[in-house]
Design a protein around this ligand. Structure first.
Ligand code: ADP
Ligand code: MG
Length: 481
């Protein structure tokens, strides 16, 4: 009873540089195995690593975005372990002097009553390092293949404080971090391809007690798996302790098929790695000018954008949050507002509800939307100037999605122009009234329900094109006599 979990996450985030962190070999995903493995990647004798300046810039960008101190001087260290996908026998990483120091990330959590609560998760540090290669167990009977294309891809490892208390908080933190690195343009965020992966450190304690022994579950590569892995691990640890057992500090592996974690190996201690400064690489010095230039180039971050959308466009927090969820979506929305001149709220409804709903259905996203921002703006203009009704607009939008052309040509082709000329509407109403004297008498005698009948007839007389507001108003006047 009264158990509490303590969770700290280590996130490996691939930096989207074109070439590797210490050599000119390409980093693109999906190439033929070992075609992107040069001498440095292969760890040949006599080769020397040279730091990729773009990787450094991206790491600094991250540090500034989480309000962290960026080290004026940082050092690369060799971390030794033996594994077939690591030809040098050591990984170049950072140990005592990482590039990014303490920072923080604010997360939002459901309060269970339809609102949100806020929590701040501390970031301990972030350091630069090189990725390892991949072992391929499929397609090799009785043997393992090694693909070194990924070896040497730049990573930042982002270490959180043990501030997280539930699996839901862990997922909220990861999603926030994921959104941030994608916004910053430093990571493509592709979790299936391993661009953003997470190790979950979990321990449990009775409330008020000191931290318990933790396990580390490795390389969980989806938000849902992280949640499941942590929930499983919390439950398992509670059961072990309640059963009189002890948690051992170990590395575990999550199995998505069973939803369970399994012991992989006893955790190494830092001294097992024999860290020491890499003599092949000079310490890195970031001058205040260098850092200031990167700070000046930071894009508007999601929080700031969301506040601006609420303020400048009068959007609800919910709509604003949806629209800033990616930089591309936010840019699309702003382009629609600008090009249409329509009410920002109307634009928000169309983008956040109609467009996203439709894209979801056809399995596209905003970058591949068949309806461009300009095209949608063309439609919104015609709603704003009352050329078409709300229903007409939906019909036009469907046709635009199907590639039938721009809003104006579809409106014309389908004859959807609304009649807003009141004299034309009055004329139709008068004809309908003249044709239905019986109903008119009943209506005037108090049978209010017949109003709907007259609306229907008058709409029919205008082929459904009358502006509904005007029609209702004028009909009421005429029926009153
Ligand atoms: P290592 O280098 O061995 O991985 P670190 O000190 O870097 O260890 O910590 C790794 C992660 O473990 C951090 O995210 C930290 O917040 C988390 N952590 C540390 N102690 C605990 C604990 N008792 N329970 C859960 N997580 C913890
Ligand atoms: Mg670690």
């Amino acid at each position: 009873m009264n158990w509490e979990a303590v969770i700290g996450l280590e996130v490996h985030c691939q930096l989207q540089t074109k070439s590797k962190i210490f050599s000119g070999a390409a980093t693109a995903y999906g190439a033929e195995p070992n075609t992107q493995a040069d001498g440095v990647t292969l760890g040949f004798p006599g080769v020397l690593p040279v730091l990729n300046g773009e990787a450094l810039r991206m790491a600094v960008t991250f540090g500034l975005a989480v309000g962290a101190e960026v080290a004026e001087r940082c050092v690369f260290a060799r971390k030794h372990y033996f594994y077939p996908d690591l030809p040098k026998g050591y990984q170049i990483s950072q140990y005592e002097l990482p590039i990014v120091g303490k920072g923080k990330l604010d997360i939002e959590l459901d309060d269970g009553r339809g609102g949100v609560t806020h929590k701040t998760i501390g970031i301990t540090r972030a350091h630069m390092e090189e990725d390892a290669g991949k072992s391929l167990h499929e397609n090799f009977s009785g043997a393992t293949g090694i693909d070194l294309n990924r070896a040497g891809t730049p990573l930042i490892e982002i270490v959180s404080e043990p501030d997280i208390r539930t699996a839901q908080e862990a997922v909220a933190y990861l999603k926030k971090l994921h959104q941030l690195v994608v916004y910053l343009g430093i990571c493509d965020g592709n979790m299936q391809e391993g661009s953003f992966r997470c190790d979950a450190n979990v321990s449990v304690r009775r409330k008020g007690e000191p931290f318990g022994t933790r396990t580390e579950t490795k390389n969980v590569n989806s938000f849902r798996y992280v949640e499941k892995a942590i929930e499983y691990e919390i439950q398992r640890q509670i059961e072990v302790i309640e059963g009189g057992g002890k948690i051992i500090q170990e590395t575990r592996l999550f199995n998505p098929d069973t939803g369970e974690t399994k012991s992989m190996r006893v955790k190494e201690d830092a001294n097992d790695y024999r860290y020491f400064p890499d003599p092949d690489l000079l310490p890195i010095v970031c001058t205040p000018e260098y850092i200031a230039a990167i700070r000046a180039s930071l894009p508007e971050l999601p929080e700031a954008k969301r506040a601006r959308f609420e303020r400048d466009y009068g959007l609800s927090p919910y709509d604003a949050k949806t629209l800033v969820s990616s930089r591309e979506l936010a840019a699309y929305y702003e382009a629609v507002v600008k090009a249409s001149g329509a009410e920002p709220k109307l634009c928000a409804n169309w983008v956040a509800t109609n467009l996203l709903g439709a894209l979801n259905k056809i399995g596209q996203d905003i970058d591949t939307s068949p309806v461009s921002a300009d095209a949608l703006a063309g439609l919104l203009k015609r709603i704003a100037d009352k050329t078409i009704s709300g229903n007409g607009a939906k019909e036009v939008f469907e046709a635009m999605l199907a590639g039938e052309g721009d809003a104006d040509s579809i409106i014309k082709a389908k004859g959807l122009v609304q009649i807003t000329d009141e004299s034309a509407i009055v004329k139709a109403i008068e004809e309908v009234i003249a044709k239905n004297p019986g109903q008119l008498a009943e209506y005037r005698a108090g049978k209010d329900k017949l109003f709907g009948f007259f609306v229907g007839q008058a709409m029919k007389a205008t082929q459904g094109k009358a502006n509904p507001d005007a029609l209702n108003r004028l009909l009421k006047e005429k029926l009153a006599g």
